[in-house]
Design a protein around this ligand. Structure first.
Ligand code: ACO
Length: 323
């Protein structure tokens, strides 16, 4: 049985770190409110002129080095992003060019905060169908560019950054003991559009727009839908939640992360948490957490992991994999 196995991981965070207290100068907010309601303590913001493709390229280089691969070894590059450098071409082709890899194919996937789960699912399908043997999967975002800096309910929650993995075809035995992606579950429901959207775009305003969110309504959807999709993916993989070594959740809010772990019956000792340092980096948050989780010595080869995310659309999903 062919499996898509993670062989390398890496990330990039912009240099500038902004602590919660900095928002107290311009907004009616406090470190205390942000910390207790979201779990966020600080986030990174891209420098002027620093773009999504630049951050994605840096993360890709780190992942390639970790996998012991060169750009020429890669058949496909998939970037999950909602904040591309330009309307087109894709960020993925820009990363491809920046890596000096002018072979294979590259494209973007857009599913907002669930983008990395969708990209991972797409990369898995490319590998299982024999279209690619090695795929670079990247999540990269510059959400600071779509913030309304006067809206305290959103602008304190997001950050910039990028994470990347190298996914490679390997033979497995067809059991849940195999390394690699064991199951995927994807969902979307466009009737929830107004809960989270950006109020601009090419065919409407001709501008990039700003992020608008009904935080509390989304919060209530998130815990239920994330636990459901994780449970569905675990059932497809034929493993019990109790066997999971690590939940690698989308890092939007510590209370959502805790609520989902509780519904799955897992303690926080089994959850990779980076939200305090990164804020919500949308499609970048899961590969960032994977990279940090590996670097901290939390995730080890052979560990059973479930990654889950929900975001604008709504779009949500989960991937079960053995590292
Ligand atoms: N500082 C101080 N007060 C604030 C701030 C702030 N930064 N932001 C909002 N408030 C106020 C509100 O105005 C409100 O005041 P009111 O009661 O007088 O009306 C009060 O705090 C409570 O607001 P709620 O929105 O009910 O607070 P809640 O506990 O729901 O926390 C939060 C808000 C953190 C946004 C939470 O709802 C959340 O995390 N939601 C999910 C968001 C999410 O997951 N988004 C990501 C998924 S998709 C993606 O990642 C793109």
């Amino acid at each position: 049985t062919l499996r898509a196995v993670i062989t390398g991981v890496g990330h990039y965070l912009p240099e500038r770190v902004v602590e919660n207290a900095e928002f107290e100068k311009t907004l009616d907010t406090s470190d205390e409110w942000i910390r207790t309601r979201s779990g966020i303590e600080r986030r990174h913001f891209a420098a002027e002129g620093e773009t999504t493709s630049m951050m994605g390229t840096a993360a890709a280089k780190a992942a390639l080095a970790d996998a012991g691969r060169t750009p020429a070894d890669i058949d496909a590059i998939i970037v999950a992003t909602s904040t591309p450098d330009l309307t087109f071409p894709s960020v993925a082709t820009m990363v491809q060019n920046a890596l000096g890899a002018n072979c294979g194919f590259a494209f973007d996937v857009q599913a907002v905060c669930a983008g990395f789960i969708y990209a991972l699912s797409t990369a898995n399908a490319q590998i299982l169908s024999g279209q690619a043997k090695r795929v670079l999967v990247i999540g990269a975002e510059t959400f600071s560019r779509i913030m309304d800096w006067e809206d305290r309910a959103t602008c304190v929650l997001f950050g910039d950054g990028a994470g990347a993995i190298v996914l490679e075809a390997q033979e497995g035995k067809g059991t849940s003991e195999d390394r690699g992606i064991l199951a995927v579950d994807l969902n979307s429901d466009g009737s929830y559009k107004d809960m989270l959207f950006v109020d601009g775009g090419v065919s409407t305003t001709g501008t990039a727009g700003k992020l608008r969110m009904q935080g509390n309504a989304l919060f209530r959807q998130a815990v239920v839908k994330l636990a459901e999709t994780a449970e569905t993916a675990l059932a497809k993989a034929g493993v019990a939640a109790s066997e999971v070594d690590w939940i690698v959740p989308h890092q939007a809010n510590i209370r959502i992360i805790e609520g989902t772990a509780k519904k799955l019956g897992l303690s926080m000792d089994h959850v990779v948490v980076t939200v305090q340092d990164h804020g919500n980096t949308s499609a970048a948050s899961i590969p960032l957490a994977m990279s940090v989780g590996r670097a901290r010595g939390q995730i080890k080869p052979g560990d059973l992991c479930v990654a889950e995310a929900i975001g604008g659309g709504l779009a949500w999903g989960a991937v079960v994999l053995r590292w």
